[in-house]
Design a protein around this ligand. Sequence first.
Ligand SMILES: [Zn+2]
Length: 110
Amino acid sequence: MHEFGLAEGVLAAVRRRAGGRPVRRVRLRAGVRHGVDADSMAQAFRFVAAGTEAEGAGLDLVTLPVHLACRSCGYTGDTVDVLSACPQCHADDVELTGGDELVLESLEYR
Ligand SMILES: [Zn+2]
């Protein structure tokens, strides 16, 4: 459950931005390489946010893809499956870039 560590970082960013305003909803963009499970993340966030201005806030998670480049056939494209081989030639000699973003996209206030 590494979501708890991430949730604490997200909460810190939320509180900095909210500046004491009560938060109703948080929208978070996370690269697929963080391997964040949406349900676990929402649960972890609820837990760490208890007693703060973000208590009870919902968390929407947007998963960002990773860019895949195949060294075998030259295919390039985006994928949300980090374990995937090349979708074109099925070689596993692929290079993955990106997908490691963690960005607080927006907040909704009560
Ligand atoms: Zn390929």
